[in-house]
Design a protein around this ligand. Sequence first.
Ligand SMILES: NC(=O)c1ccc[n+]([C@@H]2O[C@H](COP(=O)([O-])OP(=O)(O)OC[C@H]3O[C@@H](n4cnc5c(N)ncnc54)[C@H](O)[C@@H]3O)[C@@H](O)[C@H]2O)c1
Length: 269
Amino acid sequence: MTVDAIRMDGKVAIVTGGAGGIGFATGQLMAARGAHVVLADIAVERAKELAATLPDAIGLPLDLGDEHSIEALVEAAVTHFGRLDVLHNNAALLGPEIARNDGDIEQMATDLWDRTYRVNVRGTMIACRAALPHLRASRGNIVNTVSNLALQGHMIQAAYSSSKAAIIQMTRAIAASHGPTGVRCNAVAPGMTMTPALREAFPPTLRKAVEDETLRDQLGDPEDIAEAVAFLASDAARNITGQVLVADGGCASHVPGIAQFRAFFSDNQ
Ligand SMILES: NC(=O)c1ccc[n+]([C@@H]2O[C@H](COP(=O)([O-])OP(=O)(O)OC[C@H]3O[C@@H](n4cnc5c(N)ncnc54)[C@H](O)[C@@H]3O)[C@@H](O)[C@H]2O)c1
C-alpha cells in the first residue's frame, strides 16, 4: 500500500443525498482527494449546482423510493464516467414531518413506517444490487450512512432507527457475500451532526442534552462524517469490511449522565 492510499485519484464515487449536509461534505472531500463524484439527490437542481463547484462532478436525479430511478442513476453514472468504485448510500427519508410523526410504535402510522422502509432499507438494497456488478469489476466498495440511533434505544424515531439497524445488517451481509470478490462494505454511524438543516430545526434544549453526553467540546460537523466515510471508501481501509464506524464524538462510548458526574466531581474537589 502506498502512503497515499487515502487518495482517490481516478476513482468514481456516487454519493446519494449528495445535495444534503453530510452527502455534499463527503462528495467535496472525495473530489479533493482526486475522485470523480456523482451527487445524486431528489433535490436534483441543488445537486447540479453543488456539483458545478467541484472539479469533476455531476449532479444526477435520484428518488430512492423508486426502483427504476435508482437503477437509472447507477447506469447513468457508469455511462458518464466509465466505471464505479464507491457507492456511498447516504440519502434517507428525513425532514420536519418525519421528525414530528416518527416516535413510539404504539402511535406509529403504518404509512410512515412503509415510506421510511421504502426509502431507507429497500432503496439502499436496490442501490447496492445495481452497483455490485460494477463494484466487482473495479474491486470497489460501499459505505452506508447509518446512525447512532441504530445502536442505542431512544423514545424518538422508531421507524428511522430500526431502518438504519436493518442497513447495518445489510452491510454485514454484503461484506460476507462479496468480500471474496474484492468488494468491501462498511457503515458510518454519525451522532448528532450539525448540518444546516439540523442547526436550524433542532430544539436548543435537546441539543444541549446531546452536547452534555459528547466527549468533545462540540458536536460533529458534516466534514467530520465525511472524513470517516472517505477513509472507509479509500484503499487505506482495504483490510476493513463489515464494520460500523461510530463517529459521534464519543457520545455512545460511556455510561449516560457524564455531565452530571463531571459537575459533581468538580464541585467536590
Ligand atoms: N445530521 C445528523 O445529525 C445525522 C445523524 C445520524 C445520521 N444521519 C444520516 O446522515 C445522512 C445524511 O443526512 P443529513 O444530515 O446530511 O441530512 P440532509 O437533509 O442535509 O441530507 C439528506 C439528503 O437526502 C436527500 N433525499 C431525501 N430523500 C431522498 C430520496 N427519496 N431520494 C434521494 N435523495 C433523497 C435530500 O434531498 C437531502 O439532500 C442520512 O442518512 C441521515 O440519516 C444524520
